[in-house]
Write a protein that binds this ligand. Structure first.
Ligand code: FAD
Ligand code: NAD
Length: 476
């Protein structure tokens, strides 16, 4: 491989924004010899999000699910340029991207522009707060590594403060009340991990406060995990009951303060009640919102006027109303749920598309070259014509690119006490299962999906370590 990135003026510059599921799946399969590839992301690693809830309790150490982007790029055929920066604006008329170094250490230059011929946007999404007062100031999110680290520290801070000498009973109850808002898979998995942590470790280490620990999951809709089948929703709800995780459905949080949440409960008879729920730790997991760069681009393009949830793309992932811009993952609206599974399939599709486009161009050049040979070498006409025909045939095959088709492998979620739920596609049908066996399936499926062997080894060792020695409860 070429170690140095030297842009080739004969190749197009392909800029990829983000190092998440969509962008990394694209990079994995892309033949980087065909383009001058530039990657821009404020995060210099790929994060395996499915195991992020386990990092909040120390069941898994955070570095086990991170893969440095430099390591990923090292194995590419041709060198790829990486800038650790945030793309702040896409000027699609001038075909340039404005980038800013927002990290702690700054050089003399912190802002710049990167030109592109082709652009892929894979910047993911932000946490939705719906403008509810107090959410940003007082709650933890669960999207990035630093979120999981902050939660891990806060859990132990709440526990140690609750165990403080002569702490008032009411205050102990507040501090040990962990409230999770949002009954999607993020909220459910986190609540399960939290309960495990208490039952497996805290109870043993600090028995005097253990029976006051409480987890409440608040969901605005009538049930949790809306993407799972009814049977698995019921299974999750009954498992949570056994685990003493209280689920408050039809309950909408309206306001958050530093020590309590205010929520409106809709009762079965339709009447509404406003309640105040004191908490020690609040985790906010109510889904996705648009990133500013995506919002800004949408405002520049008339064809995106009616799109609300992200960049509307066509079946080839081209951003509607633009040329040479593609979008993948949570920032793109292609008619699928914002999941890692969708993002990685979209990224892999684009890699195939771009590899194909390069092949097409090469074949077209070959035909042009052969055609000019026809005039230069009249003696070889028959031979050259036959060669042109062969190349044209290959060109037709290469050009025939099928649109993106998502293949759903199923939904999986961990629900605590070594139980998981799975809706999995199986022999043209669907299999719904929940319980311990599903938990082993969940573990092996996620282990096999980890980015690298190094990640797989680290995650396995973390599981073994936690089983033998318990989770590390030191507060960093
Ligand atoms: P991301 O993976 O979020 O990556 C976005 C990238 O863009 C990041 O590298 C980010 O740093 C970068 N970026 C952000 N802003 C900019 C900018 N301005 N300029 C340049 N780069 C930028 N899905 C599943 O299918 N199965 C699961 O089990 C699962 N579990 C999950 C658990 C948790 C806790 C969470 C939060 C999500 C989970 N998901 C799961 C959803 C899944 O993680 C997302 O759908 C997926 O990450 C989307 O991929 P993406 O590439 O669009 O975005
Ligand atoms: P989500 O959008 O799936 O769920 C958020 C929930 O919060 C919704 O059910 C919503 O009704 C509720 N909510 C919103 N506002 C509320 C309020 N004010 N008060 C109470 N409840 C409120 O979000 P998520 O769980 O973060 O998941 C995001 C995406 O990532 C989804 O596509 C999900 O499938 C995917 N994901 C998948 C897995 C998995 O497969 N195991 C795990 C995590 C995330």
């Amino acid at each position: 491989p070429e170690d140095q990135f030297v842009p080739d003026p004969n190749k197009k510059t392909l800029v990829i924004l983000g190092t998440g599921w969509g962008s990394v799946a694209l990079l994995k399969k892309l033949d980087t010899e065909n383009y001058n590839v530039v990657v821009i992301s404020p995060r210099n690693y790929f994060l395996f999000t499915p195991l992020l809830p386990s990092c909040t309790t120390g069941q898994i150490e955070h570095r086990s699910i991170m893969e440095p982007v430099r390591q990923i790029l090292r194995h590419k055929k041709a060198a790829v340029k990486y800038y650790e920066a945030e793309a702040t604006q896409i000027d699609h008329a001038r075909k340039v991207i404005k980038i800013t170094d927002n990290s702690e250490i700054k050089g003399t230059i912190t802002e710049n522009e990167v030109p592109y011929d082709m652009l892929v946007i894979g910047v993911g999404a932000e946490n939705a707060t719906f403008g509810i007062p107090g959410v940003r100031d007082h709650s933890c999110f669960l999207k990035e590594i630093r979120d999981a680290q902050a939660i891990r520290t806060k859990i132990m801070d709440c526990v140690e403060t609750a165990a403080f000498k002569d702490q008032a009973t009411e205050e102990i109850d507040r501090l040990l009340h962990m409230v999770v808002v949002g009954g999607g898979p993020t909220g459910v998995e986190f609540a399960g991990e939290l309960r495990d942590f208490f039952d497996d470790d805290i109870k043993k280490l600090i028995p005097d406060i253990a029976d006051r620990f409480k987890v409440t999951l608040i969901e605005a809709l009538p049930n949790v995990l809306p993407m799972f089948s009814k049977q698995l929703i019921d299974y999750t709800e009954s498992t949570f009951k056994e685990e003493h995780i209280e689920i408050k459905t039809k309950t909408m949080v309206k306001k958050v303060t530093d020590k309590s949440v205010e929520a409106v409960i809709t009762h079965p008879d339709g009447s509404k009640e406003t309640v105040t729920i004191p908490y020690g730790l609040l985790v906010w997991a109510t889904g996705n919102a648009l990133r500013p760069i995506v919002k800004d681009l949408m405002s520049q393009i008339p064809a995106q006027k009616d799109s609300r949830r992200g960049l509307a793309v066509n079946e080839y992932m081209v951003v509607q109303g633009t040329r040479d811009i593609w979008a993948v993952g949570d920032c793109a609206v292609a008619g699928y749920a914002p999941t890692a599974q969708v993002a990685s399939q979209e990224g892999a599709f684009l890699a195939g598309l771009f590899n194909n486009m390069a092949k097409t161009e090469a074949l077209e050049n070959k035909i042009r070259e052969l055609s000019s040979n026809l005039n230069l070498k009249p003696g070889n006409t028959a031979e050259i014509t036959q060669e042109i025909e062969t190349v044209e045939k290959r060109l037709r095959r290469t050009r025939d690119v099928k649109p993106f088709h998502y293949s759903h492998q199923g939904s999986l979620a961990y629900i605590g006490s070594e139980k998981a739920v799975a809706d999995v596609a199986w022999l043209n049908g669907n299999v719904a299962s929940g319980g311990k066996l599903t938990y082993f399936f969940w573990r092996s499926a996620y282990l096999s999906m980890c980015f690298s062997t190094r990640n797989r080894v680290l995650v396995s060792l973390d599981w073994i370590k936690a089983k033998i020695y318990g989770r590390d409860v030191s507060r960093e």
